[in-house]
Design a protein around this ligand. Structure first.
Ligand SMILES: C[S@@+](CC[C@H](N)C(=O)[O-])C[C@H]1O[C@@H](n2cnc3c(N)ncnc32)[C@H](O)[C@@H]1O
Length: 307
């Protein structure tokens, strides 16, 4: 990887010490929105939200300093490629969530021009300076569930008019925690389902997951079903489900919970289908790779290169 220019040390420089509070997450969201609004792409909130999500989803955990260094040394286009690879990794791991992710991945399916790649770098640098990797980079899902960075980022990126129209005022985290503590006063049996019919980015699920952990449970033992009208909020919820360690039984349905009561059921069935398709693709790739290796072996044997 090549650095674009000899740059000053842009290592993950925290502005506010060790991050992790809701105030830190809010400051991050505000800073991302401010940075994005200085770019020519300010009318596309999906891009900075996708950048924050992609950085939060980097699968290598517990090494924020090394990751920041790699990012800082990459040129703009390699940085974009890295963000795209994180999405592809999670598409392969969690195909049932891919339809919900889609609005955040769309811009990465096209060629990214150099001025957009420069704008992407600005947002990435803002995220590093505000400690995003420290907020989401632990291998412990409980640590990663301290805050909802995507909720703050999405809220800050919306125009006040859009916020009003969507009624998108996510419940303050302290209030969600209070609700979760009252709703769950003993550890529910494993397999129980939690349902959020107007779920936003999943703030209530975060509070419930933390409550379950507090009671000695593991959120991954439960089923989580969320319906959300807005595509970006639903995408944020799907990302959060992974970041917060909600486990393998998560359904995020984009739709109208009032007008279409079957929307979650259909999304769940589609998810089962998508997992089966993913498995079949991987099996075919494995078969092709196996055949390729056998051919290679035969050729080496024919040429007398085998012991
Ligand atoms: C006030 S926010 C609350 C979000 C979340 N429950 C929380 O506590 O943070 C309301 C959310 O519900 C979504 N919403 C509103 N009407 C809906 C509907 N009929 N079906 C699904 N989602 C809906 C909005 O897009 C918005 O994200």
């Amino acid at each position: 990887m090549h650095a674009t220019a000899p740059a000053p040390d842009r290592r993950s420089t925290l502005l506010f010490g060790r991050p992790g509070s809701h105030d830190d997450a809010q400051r991050l969201g505000e800073a991302v929105a401010r940075t994005w609004h200085t770019t020519p792409y300010s009318s596309q909130p999906d891009i900075p939200l996708s950048i924050v999500a992609s950085l939060a989803l980097i699968p290598v955990k517990d090494h924020p300093g090394d990751i920041a260094r790699t990012i800082n040394e990459a040129c703009d286009q390699h940085l974009v490629r890295g963000l795209r690879e994180v999405w592809i990794h999670h598409w392969a791991q969690r195909p049932e969530l891919a339809p919900a992710f889609a609005p955040m991945m769309a811009w990465l399916t096209k060629k990214v021009p150099s001025d957009l790649a420069r704008s992407v770098r600005k947002v990435v640098e803002t995220c590093l300076q505000h400690g995003l990797l420290e907020m989401t980079g632990s291998s412990d899902p409980g640590e990663r569930s301290q805050v909802d960075v995507l909720s703050w980022t999405l809220t800050e990126l919306r125009s006040p008019g859009a916020r009003q129209r969507l009624g998108e005022f996510h419940t303050p985290p302290q209030v969600s925690q209070l609700i979760a503590n009252v709703a769950v006063d003993g550890l529910p049996p494993a397999g129980e389902r939690f349902l959020e019919p107007a779920g936003g980015s999943g703030g209530l699920f975060r509070a419930l997951a933390q409550r379950l952990r507090e009671l000695g449970g593991d959120p991954a033992d439960y089923e989580w079903v969320l319906v959300e009208l807005d595509g970006l909020a639903a995408a944020a919820a799907a990302v959060n489900a992974i970041v917060w360690g909600l486990g393998p039984r998560v359904v995020v349905a984009r739709g109208d919970a009032l007008r279409d009561p079957q929307v979650a059921e259909r999304a769940g069935a589609a998810g089962v289908q998508l997992r089966a398709e993913r498995d079949s693709i991987l099996a075919r790739v494995a078969t092709i790779e196996g055949v390729r290796r056998v051919i290679d072996l035969v050729e080496r044997a024919a040429e007398g290169h085998l012991p």
